[in-house]
Ligand binder design. Structure first.
Ligand code: ZN
Length: 586
């Protein structure tokens, strides 16, 4: 499959996308069939472009993968599939007007990674495939459709509907096709950067994203020219399941990063860095996911260092190492199989690999290499890596071979020092890891020690801390606190309703562990106003696992919150059995 052309109408009342996908195929001489991925598509017909029907069959459905769609193509090298997505499509979320900021219009958003796009596009849905694509999207005339590609002409209004056209001329993996439809407004942030969001959110979003153009410049200096033309951002309604999704030319963002003080904008640096690691050089399989996320997490702190200075970067690295160590604990300890970078996903959902092993152990690996060879030499290799593998899928073994050929160059002492194979194939964290800067949080760490002996930070100290410093404090103090200590903290610093969502989440995590009743109303509110999986999954899971105190709260909240959450979030939370019987999803 080398090119996909979509021609789809968005039907909000039926919760379906309906129309055609036209696929250009490249095949061996004599090849007579193609197998596509299909998750719940309703296929009406498959034909050649001149309308000659092609025989096809949908095979047995696998709960994770969906079903193989086998098409007898004969000599055809272009095929047209007429179909509809199912209302339960795992990629698409249909929001009612009440679930948006403006409250007047419905909203559609998609999340393709890892293997969700097969629920709205008949495609070879593997990250090892690359294709160019284009789309014509018909929506109600009051709404705007945006996609992860440059626009191809102005929208055309006809009667009650408007048709938007997009075209991506660079080959991308299928999971990077994305769509959102809603009442959207746009504002420039810089010459090639801008923000899309609902009109009511535009001022807030644009202010928070003011450093975007600076970040693009910093990233280009580090990793080579930005290859995608524009870098725009779409700030979504709060049900978006992830912090961000690096859809090419149009990063999708949760609104929960808006703190009013740009303190959570390393998220933007992260999504931007994916324009190189992930979107240019793409993990060929989901077992190689650490190549997308570990490299991006490393690159994020490099951008943060360039834009906000070395101290901020050192602090974020230290927080990352703590997150990595927690992930090791959560994944079976230092010998746990899932603490390997190159993970085994056979028979499993790729979402199982979405842990801080991929992100933070991956980043620590790259920092370890940087420390061993020196920054200057490492940066030459890193830029070279992106230019050598531009618009290509990459595997862990391609990565290691490239590193050996272009960086290590046969130096036996360096090879021995790096322990490359140990890093990627063995569980746990090798002892040559580049350490966190012990001084990064010196003041906060002494406050953590003082807290242990009963002394709470005073208001002046707390206020003077940055968000990262507050997070260090809240995640480094004993995670099982007596309720009276949480009460004192909350009273002094209003943490259960903190405007900064990361700080709020850290405090609510402590509150659930301590069964701290006074925080429950704020906890419920937090779970009902946003659906970011990073926040809602651990809180609801921890509540559900507390059989006496927490579970009734979890059941009550989840029954109300579920319609707000995206399918990739509810799929996991439904397994907790809080709503009986668990709703079925194909
Ligand atoms: Zn990422």
């Amino acid at each position: 499959m080398t090119h996909v052309a979509l021609d789809l109408a968005v039907d909000f009342s039926a919760k379906r996308l309906a129309g055609t996908a036209t696929l250009d195929l490249q095949a061996r001489p004599g090849a007579s069939e193609i197998i596509l991925d299909d998750k719940g598509l309703e296929i009406a017909a498959i034909t050649t472009p001149d309308g000659k029907p092609l025989a096809y069959a949908v095979g047995a459905t696998d709960a994770i993968l969906g079903a193989p769609l086998t098409i007898r193509i004969g000599a055809a090298r272009k095929i047209v599939i007429r179909y509809k997505s199912a209302p339960e499509s795992g990629a698409l979320q249909w929001l009612s007007p009440e679930q948006t900021a403006g409250k007047k219009h419905p909203y559609l958003l998609s999340q393709g990674q890892a293997i969700e796009n097969r629920s709205w596009i008949p495609t070879q849905d593997s990250p090892g495939v690359r294709q160019t694509w284009e789309a014509k999207i018909r929506v109600p005339a009051a709404l705007t459709a945006v996609m992860s590609a440059p626009k191809a002409g102005e929208p055309v209004t006809r009667g009650e509907s408007r048709t938007f056209s997009y075209k991506m001329n660079k080959p991308v993996a299928p999971y990077l096709i994305a769509i959102a439809v809603g009442d959207l407004a746009f504002r420039d942030l810089g010459p090639r950067t801008g923000v899309w969001t609902e009109p009511a959110m535009l001022d807030l979003a644009a202010a928070e994203l003011a450093d975007t153009e600076k970040m693009v410049a910093a990233a280009e200096a580090l990793f080579g020219p930005y290859q995608w033309g524009r870098y725009d951002l779409l700030v979504l309604p709060p049900s978006f399941p992830f912090g961000g999704m690096e859809n090419p030319t149009l990063t999708f963002l949760t609104p929960t990063f808006i703190a009013g003080d740009k303190s959570l904008t390393s998220l933007i640096a992260h999504e931007l860095a994916h324009s190189w690691s992930g979107n240019l050089a793409t993990n060929a399989t989901w077992a190689d996911f650490w190549l997308n996320e570990g490299m991006t997490t490393y690159a994020t702190t490099r951008i943060v260092e360039a834009v906000y200075g070395p101290k901020v970067a050192a602090q974020q690295i230290a927080l990352g190492i703590d997150a990595m160590n927690s992930a090791v604990t959560d994944n079976g300890g230092p010998s746990g199989a899932d603490t390997r970078l190159h993970i085994d996903l056979k028979g499993r959902s790729p979402d199982d690999g979405l842990t801080d092993i991929a992100y933070e152990k991956g980043a620590a690996f790259l920092r370890t290499i940087e420390l061993a060879v020196g920054r200057e030499r490492f940066d030459v290799w890193l830029k070279g890596w992106f230019s050598r593998h531009m618009f290509q899928p990459v595997t862990t073994s391609i990565f290691l071979a490239d590193l050996r050929q272009h960086l290590i160059k046969g130096e036996p002492a360096l090879e021995a020092k790096l322990q490359l194979d140990r890093w990627v194939d063995q569980p746990g964290v090798p002892d040559n890891i580049a350490p966190a800067d012990a001084q990064a949080f010196a003041q906060v760490d002494s406050a953590v020690t003082a807290f242990k002996s009963g002394k709470q930070p005073d208001a002046a100290t707390w206020t003077s801390w940055t968000t990262d410093e507050k997070l260090r404090f809240l995640t480094r103090i004993d995670q099982r606190q007596p309720t009276k200590r949480l009460a004192a903290l909350d009273q002094a610093f209003n943490l259960a309703r903190a405007g900064n969502n990361e700080v709020r989440f850290a405090f609510l995590t402590l509150s659930v562990a301590a069964r701290f009743d006074p925080a429950v109303p704020a906890l419920e509110q937090f779970l009902l106003v946003q659906g970011r999986r990073k926040f809602v999954r651990p809180l609801i899971t921890a509540l559900a696992e507390d059989k006496t105190w927490g579970r009734p709260i979890a059941a009550r909240v989840y029954a109300k919150a579920r319609p707000l959450y995206h399918p990739v979030t509810t799929r996991d939370l439904d397994k907790l059995g809080l709503i009986a019987p668990a709703p079925l999803r194909p």
